[in-house]
Ligand binder design. Sequence first.
Ligand code: KIV
Length: 309
Amino acid sequence: MPSKKNTKVTVPSLQRMKRDGRTITMLTAYDATFARLLDQCGVDVLLVGDSLGMVIQGQANTLAVTVDHVIYHTQAVTRGAVDAHVVADMPFMSYQTSEEEGLRNAGRLIKEGGAEAVKLEGGHRHVGLVRRLTEVGIPVMGHIGLTPQSIHAMGGYKIQGRRAAQARQLVEDALALQDAGIYSLVLEGIPQEVAQQITEVLSVPTIGIGAGPQCDGQVLVIYDLLGMDDSFQPRFLKRYADLAGRIRGAVGDYVDEVREGAFPAPEHSFSHKKGKKAAAKRTQVEQEREEPQEEMAETIPLYPGVNRK
Ligand code: KIV
């Protein structure tokens, strides 16, 4: 496991990372348990992405995700994260109708969700909003290239910027967003040469997904990295585990053991029996668990720092 830095990742520290040539690691997170684990691995940025529409809610795309959904998941993530910088995605139609609406919704993600920054999709058409958000102290992460909220306009999840004019537009969008005040920029689904050019012309860090290795950082959807859906195998994805298989294996064992009566075993059960005979039958673990029950109400540790009485 990479060593944890024990220093809070912030907007300025991310910008320093670019200047110092240190690569930024970003992953999506949607709950406190994953946030805590990813934080313990030293992941720099946790994104509460609107990809939650797909991986959490089972939707076909991100379009149905609401501000309330993102707030709910951001609250959970900020409870689990310690050092990682937490960014909340602005969902579809939470900032496209007007700058006022965008300002209000970004404010909710910060105030109610506890996010430290917001991310929004699109280029030059959002420079006004980016300016207003940065003016009031809300850091903005941009997102250009393959922008999933425009799935219908793009006609599917297609690589963007293959044609010279499109590539030029991406560079112009990146510069316009930087000029408006973004502190970092996600580059999704674009040729690596275009990503490299954008990375070189920007002073703020770029974070790529399907945009090659030249970006200042990389991001993946955590469920994809862990191989939670074995039918999802896009070219840009490297699976670092086959959790779908491991989960099916573990849950299959549980189902078998419950049906066979093998679980719960004596060491997973509690008893009123006292005395030498009963005690002799009990395992060491059981004895340790049961002794305190005689003096106090039962306390079962659930998660680190949380006890249930
Ligand atoms: O919603 C999301 O998860 C994202 C990342 C893939 C960048 O926007």
